[in-house]
Design a protein around this ligand. Structure first.
Ligand code: AMP
Length: 303
């Protein structure tokens, strides 16, 4: 089963109470692809400028990520600058420079058009739809977004959601998209836009998903050392969907297990700046933390 992602590949400049990183590798599609690559091969659709170093492309290739759909054009790579206070759940965007994404019209390589699962990572919703239209008959379409697009391209985003099966979104953005303060009502409103499930990320408070069989909640893994939450949402989505694709099973039960795998991957990502923790991560560590999650949440066997 093949997994395709479209989203940003970026240089991020990030400040948290625990440090600073300047122009490091980031982007929604980058975090997603690297996290998903632990479970399944990934086909990446994005654009970078001539300033994007070959070493980053080599790194993606080394993770079994196809970069055939990663175009290099003249101009500058997408840049995002953000900061976090002691509440690491809230990123404050200081600067967004779309640069080469401004005029990006992707033409999918032939092999990508057969993709069975598509992740529309955080990027312009018109671009998300443009890519989706080129995929012949996807079995599952999952979508993320952020306040920048909710505020700038609301109608296009709601239009894209008509073609989406699962929406993955953080709590603040779910409220903003639904124009609804209560999270349960916000989820219902998002479901009315088209998706059959909505998975709401709540930072250090975990995840709550709403679908046909009701709600499912999972905590975040309790971590002592959180340095940089950038990309946690995309890494969650990568673990979630990479795992789901590897099981070839999209039932609600399988979705629940995939939510735990997404939470496991996100918990590693926040332990270091940029993709540094994912770069050194071993599969055995993922399995170990998945088991710890089981112990963390199970209470049925206790007397
Ligand atoms: P997350 O922390 O998972 O919400 O995602 C952070 C990543 O999203 C960063 O690596 C940024 O490069 C990327 N990003 C920030 N703003 C945007 C935007 N408007 N469109 C696409 N990607 C963005």
């Amino acid at each position: 089963m093949s997994l395709l992602v479209v989203g940003s590949v970026a240089f991020d400049t990030v400040t948290t109470p625990f440090g600073h990183a300047d122009e490091v590798l980031g982007g929604s599609a980058t975090y997603f692809s690297v996290a998903a690559s632990y479970f399944t091969p990934v086909s990446l659709v994005a654009v970078v400028g001539e300033d994007f170093p070959a070493k980053h492309i080599e790194f993606l290739k080394s993770r079994n990520i196809s970069t055939e759909g990663l175009e290099t054009v003249s101009g500058k790579t997408f840049r995002w600058k953000g900061e976090y206070g002691f509440d690491l759940n809230q990123a404050k965007t200081l600067e967004t420079h779309l640069n080469v994404f401004q005029n990006f019209h992707p033409r999918l390589p032939e092999s990508y058009k057969e993709a069975e699962v598509v992740f529309l990572a955080n990027i312009d919703p018109e671009l998300q739809l443009d890519v989706l239209k080129q995929v012949k008959s996807p079995a599952l379409v999952v979508c993320d977004t952020m306040n920048y697009w909710i505020e700038g391209k609301y109608d296009a985003l709601v239009h894209t959601l008509k073609s989406v099966d699962i929406m993955v979104i953080n709590d603040g953005e779910a409220r903003e998209l639904a124009k609804e303060a209560n999270l349960v009502k916000a989820a219902q409103k998002i479901l009315s836009f088209g998706p059959r499930s909505v998975v709401i990320k709540r930072g250090e408070y975990g995840v709550i998903a709403f679908g046909r069989d009701g709600a499912f909640a999972a905590p975040a893994y309790p971590l002592e050392s959180v340095y940089d939450p950038t990309g946690a949402g995309d890494t969650f989505a990568g673990g979630f969907l990479g795992y789901l694709v590897s099981t070839r099973n999209f039932s609600d039960a399988s979705i629940r297990k995939a939510i735990i795998m997404g939470s496991v991957m996100a918990s590693f990502n926040v332990e270091a700046f940029s993709l540094n923790r994912l770069k050194s991560l071993e599969y055995s560590e993922i399995e170990g933390r998945f088991m710890e999650f089981r112990r963390l949440t199970h209470f049925e066997d206790l007397s």
